[in-house]
Write a protein that binds this ligand. Structure first.
Ligand code: ADP
Ligand code: AMP
Length: 213
């Protein structure tokens, strides 16, 4: 099963993608996580991506498409995957579509996690991320067992630089301008399904599972 998560930054795509990946035993592929791992390791790709990410801008399509296609060509993706944060532009979606068509494959579902802009800034300022294992928490809604410490790997949790309110406003604008048109793109392909992302994460997941089952 090949699934795409759509939605504004902070809508809960990553949270749900991890749960889907676990239940259906498919890899969770997050371009944001790949970029952050590269920044942490000081790679050339990481240095380049950081210039855009810090301003709330999208990393150029040429760079992003290449890392995504390399990742989904790996052995563990052969039975499917859940994409989180890709595609984010129409050209990215078209490249993915073409690559899949050449393999005789297609996206099965594009799940749109719908959360209004008013809720997003609050969500993002409360998000705490583990840059070591990629786990995500929220200080009010989904707190870690011990404040500031990752339940999974014990490393410190951080407020991502791009989750600061001024950057979040930019990211929301970029989302509406460049990513939201994907809703029409996947509706036209007949694979778009929208879930209410404002309810408890378990209820969002239940709605997604009933779509996928
Ligand atoms: P995205 O991957 O779409 O950017 P995340 O999955 O990281 O978003 O979620 C953004 C923030 O909102 C995180 O702090 C997360 O813990 C929290 N969150 C996710 N789903 C819910 C939910 N249903 N209700 C409340 N908070 C949520
Ligand atoms: P995310 O972790 O999905 O919120 O992504 C964090 C940041 O990484 C985004 O704000 C972009 O700067 C960059 N990024 C992640 N995925 C993409 C993508 N598909 N295209 C362009 N930039 C991306």
């Amino acid at each position: 099963m090949k699934i795409i998560m759509l939605g504004a930054p902070g809508a809960g795509k990553g949270t749900q993608a991890k749960m889907i990946a676990e239940k259906y035993q498919i890899p969770h592929v997050s371009t944001g996580d790949i970029f952050r791992a590269n920044i942490k390791n000081g790679t050339e790709l990481g240095m380049e991506a950081k210039k855009y990410m810090d301003q709330g801008l999208l990393v150029p399509d040429e760079l992003t498409v290449k890392i995504l296609l390399d990742r989904v060509a790996q052995e563990d993706c052969k039975n499917g995957y859940v994409l989180d944060g890709f595609p984010r532009t129409i050209p990215q979606a078209e490249v993915l579509d073409k690559a899949l068509t050449e393999l005789g494959e297609k996206i099965d579902y594009a799940i749109n996690v719908d959360v209004p802009d008013e809720n997003i800034v609050k969500r993002m300022s409360g998000r705490r991320a583990c840059l070591s294992c990629g786990a995500t928490y929220h200080i009010e809604h989904i707190p870690p067992r011990q404040e500031g410490v990752c339940d999974g790997c014990g490393q410190s949790l951080v407020l991502r630089d791009d989750d600061k309110p001024e950057t979040v406003q930019n990211r929301l604008k970029v989302y509406h301008d460049q990513t939201q048109p994907l809703i029409d793109f996947y509706t036209a392909k007949g694979v778009l399904r929208t879930v209410d992302g404002t309810v408890d994460m378990k209820d969002v997941f239940e709605a997604i599972v009933s779509i996928l089952s």
